[in-house]
Ligand binder design. Structure first.
Ligand SMILES: Cc1cc2nc3c(=O)[nH]c(=O)nc-3n(C[C@H](O)[C@H](O)[C@H](O)COP(=O)(O)OP(=O)(O)OC[C@H]3O[C@@H](n4cnc5c(N)ncnc54)[C@H](O)[C@@H]3O)c2cc1C
Length: 472
């Protein structure tokens, strides 16, 4: 009898461990053909492309150790899968689910196509702790507010049996196939910038596991108080690994849950992973979240159009140190600390009064963790238009935020070295230096560092008036 081959279609699950589709498939077939498709219909930013290329290389290397490889293709997913299943021994095609409207539509279409061709097709949850349709409030609808969402989700998770690391042996397909394969390389135009970003990260499944282990060992017990401090590294920096599925959220949840770290820090960290699920709950239930405000009154918000301020914001030249440092961190690393994401987001949408889409687009292009759910939800939250949003009148004061979360100015100085010349008390508001102070510290405001492009207090008032205009 001929041997059954099952296709595992890798998407945002670039790992061999804790991969439900791979595990289930390997039990039903004789060997697994691991494929990846560059599907040009799916939006991806520049920084993410770089991460993806490296992550695929790493996955391929892991498969090489098992004497197989990653079979890579480029083009329309349905067409390619259609060609692959022409091989008569292919009996199954499995994958882990995605939750944005484009992927859902494509995947449904491919699944019915496969069923029509008498191929066994099955899909799994490998991306979230709990999928959106499994978390319902008492009236059977979805949650719009995080706290009850997380309480319900956490109860469900406690009931789930947390597995020890999976050690299932999967037999991967090893032979040549009769189809045109694509190389692992992606066309990345701005190589120099991208290489700089990549120099900050260790990519791939093994690195993700190591990062989690080190985080639990060295940082988790300070997470509650340290997570808001961009000047010290107390967060896990697992976001891109989680985005590309190099590690499963369930593995993160279970290892943190089983660690001996004190309850509060552990709970705080788990709830942050919960925000990831919550973003997907919003994305699934508001499929237009990347384009339209969840609160429809924001459709008539009087956003300004000012290409110059957008440029200055992107380049980290607004003259407000914590904002500029954040934007420079983003350009340097392809990542930005969460507290600073909120500060730069508030500055863009409230002090500059620019549409949150400007920020969402820029983040999507430059973040290595750019994620359709978390990014859109983050921007809607900070601009005040989301379901469980920061109220619009909560306008971050970047000076106070800086003083509180970067008290010695180490973070801003790291990205804006010219601020090294000035004392701590001015580091978050250099424009408060008198001419004499500037002379004393040999610091020339406007030359060594720009003057602020807006008056923080005036623009705060302007933002509140704009909000009032849509609330009446
Ligand atoms: C405007 C804005 C845009 C954002 N865009 C993205 C994005 O594109 N991709 C992304 O992964 N996160 C995004 N976030 C959420 C958050 O800033 C990052 O997940 C976090 O900074 C990643 O760093 P970390 O891994 O060290 O986080 P940790 O503090 O170690 O948290 C652990 C994990 O929990 C998840 N998480 C934490 N906070 C959030 C949150 N608020 N929303 C969703 N998930 C969260 C992430 O997967 C993160 O890796 C955004 C936040 C804002 C305010």
């Amino acid at each position: 009898m001929s041997k059954k081959i099952g296709v595992h279609w890798f998407r945002l699950d670039l790992r061999l461990n804790d991969n439900p589709s791979l595990e289930k498939l390997s039990k039903e077939v004789d060997s697994v053909l691991p494929i990846y498709i560059f599907d040009e219909n799916i939006k991806i930013g520049q920084a993410s492309k770089c991460w993806l290329e490296k992550s695929l290389e790493k996955l391929n290397a892991e498969l090489n150790k098992l004497e197989s490889k990653l079979y890579v293709f480029k083009g329309d997913s349905k067409k390619i899968i259609g060609e692959i299943i022409n091989n008569k021994n292919i009996s199954h095609v499995f994958w882990n689910r995605l939750y944005d409207k484009k992927s859902i539509k494509r995947d449904k279409d491919i699944k019915s196509f496969l069923i029509n061709k008498s191929i066994v097709s099955n899909t799994f949850n490998g991306y979230l702790l709990t999928e959106p349709w499994n978390i319902k409030n008492k009236s059977g609808s979805f949650f719009k507010v995080f706290t009850p969402f997380w309480k319900t989700n956490f109860e469900l998770l406690k009931e789930k049996k947390l597995k020890k690391k999976s050690s299932s042996k999967i037999l991967f397909y090893k032979k040549k196939i009769n189809l045109k394969e694509h190389s692992l390389k992606i066309n990345i135009p701005r190589k120099k910038w991208m290489n700089k970003i990549l120099s900050h990260w260790d990519i791939g499944e093994q690195s993700a596991q190591l990062r989690l282990k080190n985080f639990i060992k060295n940082k988790l017990n300070n997470y509650g108080s340290g997570r808001d401090r961009p000047d010290i590294e107390f967060t896990s920096r697992l976001s891109a690994h989680l985005h590309f599925g190099e590690i499963s959220p369930m593995r993160v949840f279970s290892d943190v849950m089983n660690s001996k770290i004190d309850g509060d820090n552990k709970q705080k960290y788990l709830s942050e992973i919960g925000w990831r699920d919550f973003s997907y709950n919003l994305l699934f239930n508001y499929p237009e979240i990347t384009e339209l405000p969840i609160q429809s009154k924001f459709l008539k918000f009087p956003w300004l159009k000012d290409s110059n301020s957008i440029k200055q914001w992107k380049a980290g030249k607004t003259g407000v140190p914590i904002v500029d440092a954040g934007m420079k961190e983003l350009y340097e690393m392809g990542w930005m600390h969460n507290r600073v994401r909120m500060i730069v987001g508030s500055f863009l949408t409230k002090n500059l009064l620019l549409h949150w889409k400007n920020g969402e687009n820029w983040f999507f292009d430059t973040l290595v963790d750019a994620d359709i759910g978390s990014n859109a939800a983050g921007w809607q939250w900070i601009s005040g238009s989301g379901a469980d949003a920061s109220p619009y009148f909560r306008i971050f004061n970047p000076i106070l935020q800086g003083k509180k979360f970067d008290p010695k100015g180490d973070y801003v100085r790291k990205y804006i070295p010219s601020l090294n010349k000035i004392p701590d008390k001015f580091v978050h508001s250099p424009w408060e230096m008198s001419v004499d102070d500037q002379k004393k510290y040999n610091f020339n405001l406007g030359k060594d560092y720009p003057l602020p492009i807006v008056d923080l207090s005036e623009t705060r008032k302007r933002a509140l008036a704009a909000f009032k205009s849509i609330s009446e």
